[in-house]
Design a protein around this ligand. Structure first.
Ligand SMILES: *Cc1c(COP(=O)(O)O)cnc(C)c1O
Length: 388
């Protein structure tokens, strides 16, 4: 199928790319190859698949399918989004190098940069890159990697991938984008100048809150080789069941994302006029500082809405979260079901309070992952939870 990769439209690629049923006894779905090893006929025989850490047909189907969705030459699957991030960091950085990361980023990415990399003699600089010119001010000849996330977790900040990639490349740095919130359906960072795309497929790609998995897409052959080397050398790979579940999730990604986006737009409009809400963060709102950029860089605005409650306290956030019936209070996002997250204590619990204050992550703040339930039920649940 790979020869037709460039001509198929997204929803078709999601279902067909990267898998040739002729090679799998005409199985319509990629089979789960639950085996750790593959038998050789003779000593010295070279096999496409020999040992499951290095590769399996189920994982290969996922990697090829995902690469097509990101318009990339290569895809690589990992045991989690963090394992994917770790592999990219290890493949691109060595002691003495510097990484510049967008300051408003996923708590786990912040933790590995701040706690793990910094201890390995790699300089980590967090910067507000909402204005691309800020990168010029902090980039140095030691900067090997620029780490971006857009939209960011949890405040949906936007950064300009093309503008930042142009500056980074002038200085010889590689650009990685965590595309988890947008998904390849809404944004393809490689086409905008980035070198590496990372996903927590645990979120929208899997889409059903039943699998933990990470993905990396690249075009450059040398980067692919370096990250694939870490994938095999360190071995943080997903099992075949998890690859299968992610492949199954991806088949409906286009449908699901349209509904996530529809519902999130309606939720943002509803909350914006609600007396219990101080501020709504959603890139689809004209007053969002990244709105114009979002219109340019993304196809739609995504399924996450974050709010500041009028009463800025943990008690207020806790009261609303407990009253919600449909929205479960959980860490994750991007599943078919609506979830609510208290970023301050949950996704960003590990971030120092000063850092949270600087970024504007408040106690009285909730991040809503808008599911694909009927919008009337979603709005009714929010209305009753926010009532006086
Ligand atoms: C969840 C998440 C991750 C980490 O992925 P895991 O699959 O949980 O390891 C990384 N980046 C973003 C933006 C996320 O939301």
């Amino acid at each position: 199928m790979s020869e037709t990769r460039d001509t198929m439209k997204f929803a078709t690629k999601a279902i067909h790319a990267g898998f040739d049923y002729h090679q799998h006894n005409r199985a319509v779905m990629p089979p789960i190859y639950q085996t750790s090893a593959f038998a050789h006929d003779a000593v010295g025989e070279s096999l496409e698949f020999a040992y499951a850490r290095t590769g399996t047909p189920t994982r290969a189907a996922l990697e090829a399918n995902f690469a097509a969705l990101e318009d990339a030459a290569h895809g690589l699957a990992f045991a989690s989004g963090m394992a994917a991030i770790d592999a990219v960091l290890r493949a691109t950085l060595k002691p003495g190098d510097e990484v510049i990361a967008v300051a408003d980023l996923y708590g786990g990415a912040y933790r590995i940069l701040d706690k793990v990399l910094a201890a390995q003699g790699i300089k980590v600089t967090f910067a507000d890159l909402s204005d691309a010119a800020n990168l010029e001010a902090v980039i140095s000849s030691n900067t090997r990697l620029v780490w971006l996330e857009t939209p960011t977790n949890p405040l949906l900040g936007m950064v300009d991938i093309a503008a930042l990639a142009a500056i980074a490349h002038q200085h010889g740095a590689v650009v990685a984008v965590d595309n988890t919130f947008a998904t390849p359906y809404l944004q393809n960072p490689l086409n905008q100048g980035a070198d590496i795309v990372v996903h927590s497929a645990t979120k929208y790609l899997g889409g059903h809150s039943d699998v933990l998995l990470g993905l990396v897409a690249v075009n450059d052959a040398a980067l692919f080789k370096a990250i694939k080397f870490i994938q095999n050398a360190a071995g943080a790979v997903p099992g075949p069941q998890d690859c299968f579940l992610t492949l199954r999730g991806i088949k409906t990604l286009a449908l699901r994302m349209e509904r996530h986006c529809d519902n999130a737009e309606k939720v943002a409009a509803f909350l914006q006029n609600h007396p219990a809400i101080d501020k709504v963060f959603f890139p689809g709102l004209p007053e969002h500082p990244g709105h114009e950029l979002a219109k340019r860089q993304m196809r739609r605005f995504g399924g996450i809405v974050t709010v500041y409650l009028k009463e800025d306290s943990r008690a207020a956030a806790s009261r609303v979260a407990s009253r919600l019936q449909l929205f479960l209070l959980a860490e994750s996002l991007g599943g078919v079901e609506s979830l609510v997250n208290h970023s301050y204590t949950m996704s960003h619990g590990g971030m120092p309070p000063e850092q949270k204050a600087a970024l504007g992550i408040r106690e009285g703040q909730l991040r809503l992952s808008i599911g694909i339930e009927d919008i009337d039920d979603i709005l009714a649940d929010l209305a009753q939870a926010l009532a006086e």
